[in-house]
Design a protein around this ligand. Structure first.
Ligand code: ASP
Length: 454
């Protein structure tokens, strides 16, 4: 049995919904359908979730909300009319959208989440009605009723472990259940959303809860590409990735799937596939626990910018017990997250995302490290990018780093730092951001031996 999730672009219009119906109908194992809110129909369009944010802002600022409400209702209306659905479903959706502007504002911590969740909730009602009309025994089910119970953290909900047992009871349902993604219900019955893009998380939770054989995540691309298509011309899509490889690529900017969506499916040992609603016969990218056959050493190349490095030197650093702890304590007290710590004998570098280092915190670090820790030199280096060469199978191969460094040196790219964790799932290079694109292209060409990367 399969759980299938459709993203906003797959549900943006009646035309898209027809494809969705065909996909669900074509496989009787597709029994749980998790849906996003209608997304963009074209690059200039507005996502329903973004329209709901504007509606929330007008309402809480005490402005007239009629235009906000109409914009959202008209998105659903256009779909309902084109699909020939009954007027009663439109009335139900319109009432749900206008009723939002009657909710209490003062002391209502979940008001924003309740507005946002309406995008998914109404879409699920619409889609269930459409499926039903077209011969699928489908039923809408609210996340609260399904058992998606979450922590009381508005905009950043976490699933409570007890949810999984409740969800498992849904396995016996004879109907195709259509579940709105992106939100759950707190123990006190409040609507609480995951972070943005969180319908992927809902799909993963449902897949783990009902113990699905497969979690299918339908989007608008043929799976995950081996490099960013904005950098490499027409990169190939990856056939198979392990969860660890996916995590490494996602870390460095591959954003097809929400970061947190991997965890429930991974823990539940559910394989996942990313597929294209507009090209459903393409096999897409499978994300598996372990590669099924001998895998290639490198599966993908990712690059991400906006990193900064705090470079610290102190003579005889290696002999000073507790030095590293003291440095990290300075960061901890300033509530700064760090990403990597490459070290030398007398120096260490701490690599951070540069949003972590506000000017005030930067000054505080410089003062504390020179005054209290007696460092000889400290320098803040900016405009850095990380490049990740990812593949679980590189640990069984000799020469992967040689291939990578040769490709980079042939392009005159200076390596600021190199790091590889003990798991050897990836090699990371730190370089200057103005060389990031050239580096990704060079590595793509070196590992995938194609002339596309020129
Ligand atoms: N509609 C929500 C958003 O735009 C959640 C999602 O689509 O996954 O963030």
């Amino acid at each position: 049995m399969k759980v299938i999730k459709f993203g906003g672009s797959s549900l943006a219009s009646a035309e898209q919904l027809k494809k969705v119906l065909d996909i669900v109908k074509s496989d009787p194992e597709r029994r749980f359908v998790v849906v996003s809110a209608p997304g963009k129909r074209n690059p200039e369009d507005t996502k329903v979730t973004d329209a709901l944010i504007k509606y929330y802002r007008s309402y809480t600022a005490d402005n007239d909300v009629t235009d906000n409400q109409n914009l959202i209702i008209n998105r659903y209306k256009a779909i309902i009319e084109e699909l020939g659905l009954s007027a009663s479903i439109l009335d139900r959706i319109a009432a749900s959208i206008t009723d939002l502007a009657t909710l209490p504002i003062e002391g209502n911590d979940f008001l924003y989440d309740t507005f946002l969740a309406a995008g998914e909730d109404n879409n699920a009602k619409l889609i269930a009605a459409y499926f039903h009309k077209n011969g699928l025994p489908a039923r809408y089910i609210h996340p609260g009723q399904a058992g998606i119970i979450v922590s009381s953290e508005p905009g950043n909900a976490r699933i409570l472990p007890s949810s999984y047992d409740k969800l498992e009871e849904l396995r016996d349902s004879d109907e195709v259940l259509v579940i709105p993604g992106f939100f759950g219900v707190t123990v006190d019955g409040q609507i609480c959303t995951f972070s943005r893009g969180g319908s992927d998380i809902s799909g993963s939770i449902v897949a783990a809860g009902v113990k699905a054989d497969l979690y299918e995540n339908f989007t608008d691309v043929d799976g995950i590409f081996a490099a960013h298509p904005g950098v490499v011309h027409k990169p190939h899509s990856i056939k198979e990735l392990t969860y660890r490889e996916m995590r490494e690529l996602a870390y460095a900017g591959f954003s097809v799937l929400h970061d947190e969506a991997l965890i429930p499916a991974y823990r539940g040992q559910i394989p996942l596939v990313i597929k294209n609603t507009n090209n459903p016969s393409h096999p897409g990218t499978s994300i598996v626990l372990e590669h099924r056959k001998q895998a290639i050493p490198v599966v993908g190349i990712a690059g991400d910018d906006n990193f900064v490095s705090i470079n610290i030197s102190k003579y005889l650093m290696n002999r000073e017990v507790g030095f590293g702890r003291k440095v990290l304590q300075v960061l901890e007290e300033l509530n700064i997250r760090w990403e990597h710590i490459p070290t030398g004998i007398d120096d260490m570098s701490i690599i951070l995302r540069d949003r972590e280092l506000t000017p005030i915190k930067e000054q505080e670090i410089l003062t504390q490290l020179t005054r209290n820790l007696g460092v000889d030199e400290i320098e803040i280096e900016r405009d850095l990018s990380i490049i990740m060469v990812v593949g679980e199978n590189m640990k069984n191969q000799i020469g992967v780093t040689t291939t990578a460094t040769k490709a980079l040196s042939d392009r005159n790219i200076n390596l600021e730092m190199i790091s590889q964790g003990s798991s050897e799932v990836s090699i990371m290079f730190v370089i200057k951001t103005n060389q990031e694109k050239a580096a990704v292209r060079a590595l793509y060409k070196a590992f995938f031996d194609t002339d596309k990367a020129q």
